[in-house]
Ligand binder design. Sequence first.
Ligand code: 0O2
Length: 206
Amino acid sequence: MTDSIYGAWEGALREIMERMTERLSEFNSRTAQETGYKVYEHLNARVKSEDSMREKCRRKDLPETAQSALTEIRDAVGLRIVCNFIDDIYRNVEYIRSFPDVTVIEEKDYVYNAKPNGYRSYHMILSVEHPTADPSGNTPGRYFVEIQLRTIAMDTWASLEHEMKYKREVSNQRMIVSELKRVADELASCDVSMQTLRDLIREGSE
Ligand code: 0O2
């Protein structure tokens, strides 16, 4: 018996996370070998911690069960791909769409359609196959994976903004929120400039 909210499915989740990570890491190495450029700067992968998953179930008024964690909540497995340039985000998205054992359930392009607070990122929800039957009894099982793709600038901004969310007592909150939005827009402009510079450098060296 295990106390994990993921119950007997924890191993399957970890295997899926490792499979996806290996595939993306291999893609990054191969692209670097072929072109001299990495397609992403770094990648973080995690199975959502026990405490965070239980907290999310409570926030969404769901029972704290494996069924909720795996079928109602879609980020038990999460990967974050942090790229140097905007175009690289879409290269990774194309590659992920080609996985044979993966169905793309949802995509949200907050890179070109930023959230009102300035948040930018590309989100994908995948359904990934694993031999272990899932909580609904499907064999092979199908498990959700959330992938967030961002530039380094977007990632820096999101980390700071995330920290802000947990500091509700901050007195000048309105000013900070509006400054964060301004900084997000400035960083987005820098990302576009850096992309243009990269294209010019590559064209010039061909
Ligand atoms: P946690 O605690 O990170 O797991 P929706 O119902 O469409 O508004 P949904 O379906 O949860 O929202 O998906 P969305 O908007 O794609 O967001 C999924 C995750 O992206 C969030 O997880 C955050 O990790 C991140 N995210 C989204 N918006 C913001 C934002 O404004 N700032 C920062 N820093 N991160 C954001 P959860 O589910 O909120 O919670």
